[in-house]
Design a protein around this ligand. Structure first.
Ligand SMILES: Nc1ncnc2c1ncn2[C@@H]1O[C@H](COP(=O)(O)OP(=O)(O)O)[C@@H](O)[C@H]1O
Ligand SMILES: [Mg+2]
Length: 234
């Protein structure tokens, strides 16, 4: 059994939060005590004098998490920029030790932790840490979220190539917001040998910003290979 999974994507805005939330809820429905983590969030909004990330609100709500925001999301920054640039603009240094400590605390507390990265694998967190390094340090396998748009073949293949070059364990790809995208999935399959964990269609009842889940969890449990995500392969 894995201790968690790291959800990354081929780009920003491809559905990492939707997929991470659905994985967490599916693991919970399986009977496990699950935690969620968004180690670093940018574009956080000030609410009642506190910075809050929409992703964190969504991820916590879908599993009814009572964990403190500081545990789920140790680093949150207001500028909607890559972390290094958001930190520099805010005049702060990102404390990676805090990220690792928080992650240890969460994995001690929960049977399974779903971590949402930020942007894609080569997004810089600080001068020594890319998102890929975060997944490696956490010793988690990755799920890659892909979406069908012009340029997505390049982004998907680059992500796979880089993940392999860093020896990341790849659980597989989830194609999100896929409507009539069979050719795209076929093309990725033809050009790479990565398992497809499943596809999720565009669903108008699903929305991170409005905290709407629709039937994503039921759909996910039926369509996505959850056992591959949860089981540790030797
Ligand atoms: N399957 C889906 N159906 C409808 N809207 C979706 C779906 N997946 C994601 N979205 C929407 O697309 C946007 C980006 O998704 P999000 O999960 O926030 O991406 P990321 O975390 O990769 O930035 C959000 O507005 C979200 O509500
Ligand atoms: Mg997100």
């Amino acid at each position: 059994m894995e201790k968690g999974v790291f959800v990354t994507g081929i780009d920003t805005g491809v559905g990492k939060t939707i997929i991470a939330g659905a994985i967490a809820a599916a693991v919970k429905a399986h009977g496990l005590d699950v935690g969620v983590m968004k180690p670093v969030a940018t574009g956080a909004k000030e609410i009642d004098g506190k910075l809050v990330s929409e992703d964190v609100v969504y991820l916590k709500k879908i599993i009814d998490s009572t964990d403190d925001d500081d545990l789920v999301n140790p680093i949150r920054l207001e500028p909607a920029l890559a972390p290094t640039m958001a930190a520099s603009k805010s005049g702060v240094t990102i404390d990676m030790e805090k990220v690792w400590e928080t992650y240890r605390e969460l994995t001690d507390k929960h049977g399974f932790v779903v971590v949402e990265g930020i942007g894609g694998l080569m997004v810089p967190i600080d001068d020594n840490t890319l998102v890929a390094d975060m997944a490696l340090k956490m010793d988690l396998a990755i799920v890659i979220v892909s979406k069908h748009y012009l340029g997505a073949i390049n982004h998907t293949l680059l992500t796979l190539e880089y993940a392999r070059s860093r020896n990341l364990r790849i659980k597989g790809i989830i194609f999100n917001m896929l409507n009539n995208g069979e050719d795209f999935v076929g093309e990725i399959g033809r050009l790479s040998s990565t398992p497809v964990l499943g596809t999720i269609p565009f669903n108008e009842h699903v929305c991170v910003e409005k905290c709407l889940y629709g039937d994503i969890v039921e759909y996910f449990r039926k369509e996505i290979n959850m056992s591959k995500i949860m089981r540790k392969e030797t």
